[in-house]
Design a protein around this ligand. Structure first.
Ligand code: CTP
Length: 406
């Protein structure tokens, strides 16, 4: 589990709707991600969930009234607290509370804190579908959007009364995605068009069998996510994996090396940076049997294999002004082999890992990598989560881009 939000401060505002119970899960998940949470509840919210529940989850007193002693009992407490968060998250935001914000009111603890806050605000509406359909709400949301509020949801689905319609609080995952984006975004690859390949490929032997490898796709998916946070426009070309592509990437699903090569070539004209994290099968059966291979008489079976297209080598030959990042899995002479690969494929960076090291390699959440560049500089990174490796790599490529396009 990544503590992605370590050190980040989130003011979680809860207003009075039935979806308030979902904010408990939200608070718990944010804490698990490392964030510090201060919960502020409207009076109505306390009728749905008790402050005690949030206090137990966050280990902090919940604020409901700025004039109570736990708020500090100072006249300027809303201003002091307003400066505290890196992000204000209001979930659920009721019809009434949205109306209050859109009118610029600040007549209770939460609205006063939002008024005094300097941090970005993420607002997650939740209400009955009839209320959601009212023009007043649409206008209020539009106004808040124009003022820079980020509105997440609502979704369509089953509502508290058992009806189906628009108004359901966005899924916790969707809200967390928005929070992570707001807290982690930066400009290292702002506007860059990034292509990431990920996962294994499957090379068919016959209609029911294929040759593949142990790649999980996690490194490539983490890179796609990190590039999104860095402001890039991201296309992810992925072999078969059970992973969910990050929200906001253009996703291309492929199976074989040939399909992956075709997808990369198709996206090449609009690509500025390529992260070739896929574990492309180096060989494939020269012939794919039309029918399932039957067990023969003899004790062995011979398969003829041929080389697959080397996608990264092709990219190196057609590089132009692009930045190319390759990956190398090496179990001996790591650096010499990787440097040779970098030169042969005309790369800018190569990420080397040795899957025999503890915590590194295919099926883990962590990786231990060394980064080599074309000048022969070497960066040895400690054991990190794949997401952290991806984040650092994105910054590194961002610097390289800056140097070339001052
Ligand atoms: N790669 C590719 N097309 C292939 C094979 C590999 O684009 N057909 C890419 C991989 O995505 C990776 C890099 O090339 O970025 C790895 O280089 P490769 O020469 O395949 O090295 P290894 O697979 O590590 O193995 P070997 O040392 O046997 O070359």
């Amino acid at each position: 589990m990544d503590r992605l939000l370590e050190g980040k401060r989130v003011l979680l505002g809860v207003t009075g709707g039935i979806a308030a119970y979902k904010s408990c899960e939200l608070a718990r998940r944010l804490i698990r991600l490392g964030a510090e949470i201060q919960v502020v509840m409207s009076e109505a919210a306390t009728r749905f969930v008790t402050p005690l529940t949030f206090e137990a989850l966050t280990q902090r007193p919940v604020l409901t009234d700025l004039f109570r002693p736990e708020a500090g009992s100072r006249a300027t407490v809303h201003v002091e607290l307003g400066r505290w968060p890196d992000l204000v998250l209001i979930a659920p935001a009721t019809y009434d509370f949205i109306g209050k914000l859109a009118c610029g009111l600040a007549d209770d603890a939460l609205s006063a804190l939002v008024a005094a806050a300097e941090a970005p605000v993420v607002l997650c509406p939740a209400m009955n579908h009839a209320m959601y359909a009212k023009p007043a709400l649409a206008e209020n949301l539009n106004r808040l959007r124009q003022w820079g509020y980020r509105i997440v949801g609502p979704e369509r689905g089953e509502l508290a009364e058992g009806e189906i319609g628009w108004g359901r609080l966005a899924e916790v995952e969707t809200i967390l995605d928005a929070v992570e984006y707001e807290l982690l975004r930066h400009d290292a690859l702002h506007g860059r068009r990034v292509l990431v390949t990920a996962g294994p490929t499957q090379e068919p032997v016959d209609p029911v069998r294929f040759i593949t490898n142990r790649s999980s796709g996690r490194m490539g998916y983490a890179l796609a996510q990190a590039a999104l946070w860095a402001g890039a426009e991201v296309t992810l070309v992925s072999g078969p994996t059970p992973l969910q592509p990050p929200r906001g990437v253009g996703f291309v699903s492929v199976r074989t090396a040939a399909e992956m090569a075709e997808a990369v070539e198709r996206h090449w004209p609009q690509t500025e940076i390529l992260f070739m994290a896929a574990a492309v099968s180096d060989y494939r059966p020269s012939q794919v049997a039309e029918h399932k291979l039957k067990k023969g008489e003899g004790p062995t079976l011979r398969l003829d294999l041929e080389k697959t297209p080397d996608i990264l080598a092709w990219a190196g030959q057609n590089k132009g002004a692009r930045i190319l990042v390759g990956f190398a899995v090496e179990t001996e002479n790591e650096l010499a082999n990787a440097m040779e690969k970098l030169r042969r494929k005309n790369l800018d960076l190569i990420v080397v890992n040795n899957p025999l090291e503890p915590g590194a390699g295919f099926e883990t959440d962590t990786n231990r990598v060394t980064i080599l560049d074309a000048e022969g500089h070497l960066d040895d990174w400690p054991l990190l989560s794949k997401l952290e490796v991806a984040r650092r790599l994105v910054f590194r490529v961002g610097q390289l881009w800056q140097q070339r396009h001052p």
